[in-house]
Ligand binder design. Structure first.
Ligand code: ATP
Ligand code: MG
Length: 273
């Protein structure tokens, strides 16, 4: 099982959009995939689950909060994602902020091994993708103890490098404090790249600075297709519309991560058919 955490301490850089596309791409590769919504705002939860289900899990408290308090209950908190085959989610609600604070300041529970314990009860998943809100919380500490890959999505505004560096520094310092964390690969993903000279220059700067720690794939800035997919509760990556270049780029990203050409072939074949 591979675990990917999606994190940037800067807000609005495409973390949640990226998390959804990765999960969709993994599931199209036949991998059983679990999304963990680590954002108390629950943006992914509300996108992938219908209102009734969200209300129900909230009422029964079958969310990430419960996983942190009772790691052995993780399987009770997993819901199937209706729009994606082979894909499941552990939803999040606003309660997560409260749970995190409570656990963080309790000396008996503060050591960040709750996800580690919970994951021992997970069976049959090939991929786990964890979305985060833009702050370095105790939940992020917990993720560091289980993640094989950190993806730092970033837009390319003038101050983007600071968000990337802060995130990488904080994660690295957590990894140094943890006794039994797995080896973690760290990758920067440029999202929302426009076609201006400024954007080209910043992309070069990012590639030069992070080298092999940045993905070759770059996600273009495509306001309307991305916004429409979110508003319509549709998965961008599944779109065959050639104008939706961001969809194609996310497919390329999944191929780059998995080291295959599966999605490129799958969508090309379908377009050709
Ligand atoms: N490639 C893109 N092109 C254009 N707009 C995009 C793109 N990716 C994301 N967006 C827009 O940027 C906004 C933020 O995206 P998203 O919610 O994924 O970011 P986030 O990092 O998860 O934000 P937060 O830090 O608030 O959780 C959304 O309104 C989305 O429509
Ligand atoms: Mg988000």
């Amino acid at each position: 099982m591979k675990t990917t955490m999606i994190m940037n301490e800067k807000g609005g850089v495409g973390k949640s959009v990226t998390a959804i596309q990765l999960a969709a791409g993994f599931s199209l590769n036949g991998m059983k995939t679990l999304i963990i919504d680590g954002d108390p705002q629950g943006s992914i939860t509300n996108l992938l689950l219908d209102e009734t289900t969200v209300q129900e899990v909230d009422k029964k408290n079958l969310t990430v909060s419960t996983v942190l308090e009772h790691p052995d209950m993780i399987n009770d908190c997993i819901c199937p994602v209706p729009s994606l085959e082979n894909t499941y989610i552990i939803p999040s609600t606003g309660l997560l902020t409260h749970t995190m604070k409570q656990m963080e300041f309790n000396p008996l529970t503060s050591y960040p091994n709750k996800l580690q314990k919970a994951f021992r009860n997970l069976k049959g998943f090939d991929q786990v993708v964890i979305d985060n809100n833009p702050s370095f919380s105790w939940f992020v500490f917990n993720e560091c103890a289980v993640a094989d890959l950190l993806i730092v999505p970033t837009n390319i505004e003038f101050n983007s490098l600071r968000g990337i560096d802060n995130t990488i520094e904080d994660v690295t310092s957590v990894l140094q404090q943890l006794e039994d964390a797995p080896a973690m690969d760290i990758k920067v993903l440029v999202t929302r790249k426009g076609r201006t000279n400024d954007d080209m220059e910043r992309l070069k700067e990012i590639n030069a600075k992070y080298g092999k720690h940045s993905y070759k794939t770059v996600i273009p800035n495509q306001d309307k297709p991305v916004r429409d997919s979110l508003n319509d509760h549709k998965i961008l990556l599944l779109s065959h519309d050639k104008k939706k270049k961001a969809a194609r780029s996310y497919r390329q990203l999944v191929d780059e991560i998995l080291g295959n050409h599966h999605l490129e072939k799958m969508f090309h074949d379908k377009e050709a058919a």
